[in-house]
Design a protein around this ligand. Sequence first.
Ligand code: SF4
Length: 337
Amino acid sequence: MPYEQGPIRPPSEARSLLVRVSRNCPWNRCAFCPVYKGAPFSLRSADEVLADLDAMRDQLGDRYRTAFLQDADPLSTKPAELVRILEGLRRRFPSVQRVTAYARSRSLARLPREDLEGLKAAGLDRVHVGLESGCDAVLGLVSKGVSREQQIRGCREALQAGLELSVYVMPGLGGVELSRAHAEDTATAIAAIGPHFVRLRTTVAMPGTPLHTLQEQGCWRPLSDLATLGELRRFLAGLAGVHTRLESDHVLNLLMELRGDLPRELSDLLALIDGFLAWPLRRQQRYAIARRAGWCMSLTHYEHLGLEGQAEEALLDLETQGRDMEDVLAQLRARTM
Ligand code: SF4
């Protein structure tokens, strides 16, 4: 390709024009994150990125409605450089209606308000922040590199500068020991921030990550799918009165139906979780194996495809082989990304 592209973007940016503003991650120490490990961080000059935009315009044409700035923290770029990039992007791609970027809350908290407002004026509409947890013990455990207070401050700065805010929350990140504190403190952090979107991304300790090492050392115990749902219920119950849009758009989530406008749809979402948790264990396992094996994307999809029989056969096979169901589900989850 005559232009650079980074390795990831949020699921909600699947159709976006991807513009690589910086390479890799300036922090790169989050224990759960496999993405940029071993790859050094570097900034790209505005001239380099604008040359990429020219090449993209020639090759792809002006057919994108949305654009996403990569990699992990484009706001590490000097504001004046980023303004040039944003203005150049808007000029070359007039059909683009929304520009978004990942942003670390530390960067948002560090930038003067007028710089954030300048980015907004130059065409940045939304930032995606990896909040992950609002619990200091969890943030410390996974080496997130920010405190709860910094997360809240950075996110509020983005909002006050007029940017739309989408935050990621990671159910299960505190493991068994910190599950309750993670759910409760994350809910109060979300209430203190008031983001436009809360996006769920279930925790999986991917092999090769520090979190996987912590798990092997017995320092972090993962939650089962059912325990994660219980934690999610506690988290959602803590969002009473919060106005936000909840999205479950990550392939690692068990129930993709957990999406809706809060507070209006909160009781429906809690009822959905309660309904699933009230199912007989065998029925829950059938759905979990089908979902984790990638046969379906959601409960609705599972029912539409009529997968009960196929899932029951898979369970019987595993029992014949003497396999432990939780181990099998954990292995399938780790293979999902
Ligand atoms: S989660 Fe984000 S901030 Fe943390 S290491 Fe990965 S890319 Fe960097």
